[in-house]
Design a protein around this ligand. Structure first.
Ligand SMILES: C[S@@+](CC[C@H](N)C(=O)[O-])C[C@H]1O[C@@H](n2cnc3c(N)ncnc32)[C@H](O)[C@@H]1O
Length: 546
């Protein structure tokens, strides 16, 4: 039997949906408008309408308030939708709605390109883009494409309430299936859904590979749905069309994003990319770096403007940015570094990598087994138990310096040759290894790469330890107790001997100047610094330290 609580939650959601549908109907979602306006309801939408009518809900009282909010340029339907469906429920369809100031900045850019004859909003949600564009371009035909019938009904209602229904069409279909007749100069504008490749059906992955290959581009099956939308747009669009999409910024750097980068250089005609720092909360549900990409279809760009902004208010009409030449863009494996102004180091400053190597800590392959458990591993001598930083939070908690290893966990460090151990210790270790074999630890990928599967071999203590993956700037900590570290931290090792005072000064500089800049931010807001990225941080040179 299913728990009562989930049944009641479901019925609350169903009631909420019915109310929202009733509100949408009250605002005119069911109207077909004049001359074919809005188009017929899809089967999915009709089912929702029947459900709402069966419950006898009219929501008349709310209609006037919603109409007034829409007249004032707000999106009460989209807001209600986001309250009704939690971020977790919306994730599989990538439904994250765009804050209106960002929608307006993107429409401003579109207006600068000249009024389009037609506007296409792929993945329209509640219709924020198509409505804003419809208001700005009073003669344009409006097409919203949306797969979710509830969202599609909201877009209909939004368009109708905004007085745009007569020149709008809502298509409830997969955008990759959308085939539009020739329709004059078209603006593609919107927020393609962010869905990771795990949520993309195999047939669509095959479509991506095939379609990209037809255009002469390789494609990765690991591509997220937003990459599919860029490709579908390249397929649909004609020379002279323009577009502006907001997406997560991942595609700038990751391998699967190479297809978008290629399309922008060849076919989609990229003109600008504006990277929005997570602080601007471009996607309210996810602290993610966002990118607004502007393109002019058919153009072979000789350069693309790249810009970073910290706040949505800085977007303006999407002007400005560093002009980066096509050749550099072609050659660069990642575009994020190109969004940053060339850093001019103060005199005497160097990249951290000139002073130190940065190494990720050792991978144990089985932390549960190799991090000693007081009771289970009580028989092991202290010499085989190495105090080790095993969690990033231990570094954050340490503040500027880790002075005492007593509170740290111990990693079991065994020699490659067990003959080195005394017979008594050897017996305890053999018991441990028997347990490890029984648990399959010896068959793990990492264990199999070692000369002796049981010998974890931690790196030497690093005088400075750093966290490298968090929703905050990396933490740098002087390691004054010779603790080792596993792969949750990086170790910073001087290339030439440095005095304690110099190491203190270096660590202090890193702490005081640490930002998220230089790392890669992933969806969800995690920023990660690979060792080579950390080595690029600018620090005072040897003569200026200590
Ligand atoms: C990121 S949301 C954007 C919503 C709206 N444009 C906005 O920015 O406020 C993406 C939308 O795409 C829709 N969607 C997901 N997969 C789709 C597909 N294959 N074809 C069309 N729409 C899709 C989702 O239901 C969701 O409403």
């Amino acid at each position: 039997m299913r728990p009562e609580v989930s049944e009641s939650c479901e019925s609350v959601t169903a009631d909420g949906e019915a109310e929202l549908v009733a509100l949408a109907l009250g605002l005119g979602a069911g109207a077909r408008g004049g001359a074919g306006g809005l188009g017929a309801l899809s089967a999915g939408e009709l089912a929702l309408v029947r459900m709402a009518r069966a419950r006898g809900l009219t929501a008349r009282a709310q209609v006037a308030a919603a109409q007034a909010a829409i007249d004032a340029g707000e999106d009460p339907l989209g807001e209600a939708f986001c309250r009704l469906r939690s971020p977790v429920q919306r994730r599989p369809s990538g439904a994250t709605y765009t804050p209106l100031p960002i929608v307006r900045a993107m429409v401003d850019w579109a207006a600068e390109q000249g009024a389009p004859t037609r506007v296409v909003d792929p993945g329209a949600g509640s219709g924020r883009f198509v409505v804003e564009a419809g208001r700005r371009f009073p003669r344009a035909r409006l097409i919203a494409v949306e797969l979710d019938p509830l969202a599609a009904l909201l877009t209909r209602a939004h368009l109708q309430a905004a007085g745009l229904g007569g020149r709008a069409e809502v298509r409830v279909e997969d955008y990759r299936d959308t085939r539009l007749p020739a329709g004059g100069r078209t603006l593609y504008i919107g927020n393609p859904p962010y869905v990771r490749h795990h949520g993309v059906a195999q047939r669509w992955k095959d479509w991506l590979t095939r379609t990209a290959a037809e255009r002469g581009h390789p494609a990765s099956q690991l591509a997220g749905l937003h990459v599919h939308f860029f490709l579908a747009t390249a397929q649909q669009a004609a020379p002279g069309d323009v577009g502006v999409f907001i997406t997560a910024a991942e595609w700038l750097d990751v391998n699967y994003g190479a297809l978008v980068r290629r399309l922008l250089l060849d076919g989609l005609g990229g003109s600008a990319v504006h990277v929005i720092e997570p602080t601007a909360a471009a996607f309210p549900d996810a602290a993610t770096t966002a990118a607004i990409t502007c393109f002019e279809v058919g153009a072979q760009p000789t350069s693309i403007r790249l810009r970073r902004v910290a706040q949505a208010g800085e977007l303006g009409d999407l002007g400005g940015g560093r002009v980066v030449a096509r050749e550099r863009l072609h050659a660069a494996p990642r575009w994020t570094p190109l969004t940053r102004a060339t850093r001019k180091a103060p005199a005497g400053w160097v990249e951290l990598g000139e002073l130190c190597r940065v190494h990720r800590g050792q991978v144990t392959g089985a932390n549960d087994f190799w991090i000693a458990d007081g009771e289970r591993d009580a028989g092991l001598p202290a010499a085989l138990l190495t105090p080790t930083v095993t969690r990033a939070r231990e570094l954050y908690a340490a503040g500027r310096a880790l002075r005492d290893a007593a509170a740290l966990k111990r990693i079991i460090e065994l020699p490659e040759e067990l003959d080195e151990l005394s017979p008594a210790v050897r017996r305890v270790v053999e018991k441990l290894l028997a347990r490890g074999r029984a648990a399959g630890v010896h068959e793990g990928y990492v264990a199999k790469q070692r000369r002796s599967w049981w010998s974890v071999k931690l790196r030497e203590p690093a005088p400075i330890l750093a966290t490298y993956m968090a929703r905050r700037a990396p933490g740098f900590v002087r390691n004054l107790c010779a603790a080792r570290h596993i792969n949750i931290a990086h170790g910073i090792y001087p290339r030439e001997k440095m005095t304690g005072a110099e190491l203190d000064a270096l660590a202090a500089h890193l702490v005081e100047n640490a930002t998220l800049e230089g790392g890669r931010t992933y969806a969800g807001g995690l920023t990660k610094f690979e060792p080579r990225e950390m080595e690029r941080l600018l620090v005072p040179g040897p003569g200026l330290l200590g």
